[in-house]
Write a protein that binds this ligand. Sequence first.
Ligand SMILES: [Zn+2]
Length: 375
Amino acid sequence: LEHWTYVCESCGHTESIETEHWRCPVCGGAFGLEGPNRLIPDKIDPSAPGLWRYGHLLPVDTSDAVSLGEGMTALVPGKLAGRTVRFKLDALLPTGSFKDRGAALLAAHLNRIGRRRVIVDSSGNAAAALSGYSAAAGLECAVFAPAATSPGKLVQSRAFGAAVTLVEGTRDDVARAAQDAAANDRSAFYASHNWHPVFVEGVKTWMLEVWEQLGGRQPAMVFVPTGGGSALVGAWRGIQALPGQPARLVASQPAACAPVVSAVERGTSIEPTTPGTTIAEGTKIGSPSRSRQILAAISETQGTARAVSEQEIVDTLRELWGQGLYVEPTAAVGAAACRQMILAGDTLPAGDIVVLLTGSGLKATETIEKLIGDD
Ligand SMILES: [Zn+2]
């Protein structure tokens, strides 16, 4: 673990793996991790639970693992607009979303550095994942959520024993309340999935699994719903660890909130944007903290970014549900971008097309009920 170092994506400042900082203390930028991020096939340990099979390239020691069996989700063939693609079913993880990969690592990491209280600001899948893994690790979890959050979205966190605090104001006000709560308590840590680099190192395992599931090769193109960017940057970290031609990453966003798409189209850095209305709530992030890593993930894999309309998201959801794939609206954003390219006649590269399905439909019963009521 001494081989792993935090590196600020903006100014290059470094911190040790034991650092108490969740973002760069010099410039406020997001950290990434540098370390032995190379997959050595002989070192994959099939006897370890879930994603811990990749222990040799994780910044958390496997002996500190807290596992609910996360990892090695199915990669199944299916169709989008008549074309065969492969769906990576991360909706099947223990709390119902890909965020379990990051939460498993982050809970184990915080446990090891002696933090007993995990503080998060989220009302969605990250809160559920960190609450669940805190429960598994015997840690306290406090969730700060916007006052306007529908109560149903917090049920899973509360069931796991998290203390939920509702905060009036903007999303930034909620984040600040969580950060203040952590700053005033030495046993606590602000464990934001949007900031913490250990979280991303857990998420990268989805791409390592895809490589194994394809028989030891990378896909040609990969579609990823992108809000805060942990699924996308995680995919990139996985690609960096793998041999062979890098998979091309396509960051997929709802048109109502597409700061990454705008930046890629303009060839500029990511400008903060005010999110519009979208059913893909998990991607409604106007100012992603890991902005440089997101753009690097796209440019270094010769990928791209696509925006999809609300209608395209709904049409894609219906195609997925019609194949037995029960996902929430946010999870369909990557699939919608892929379907959009197929319908537009865009040339997709030869090889495997992989679409990450990030979250279970069971997360969004009320929204889905309304959508099918329109039929
Ligand atoms: Zn910095």
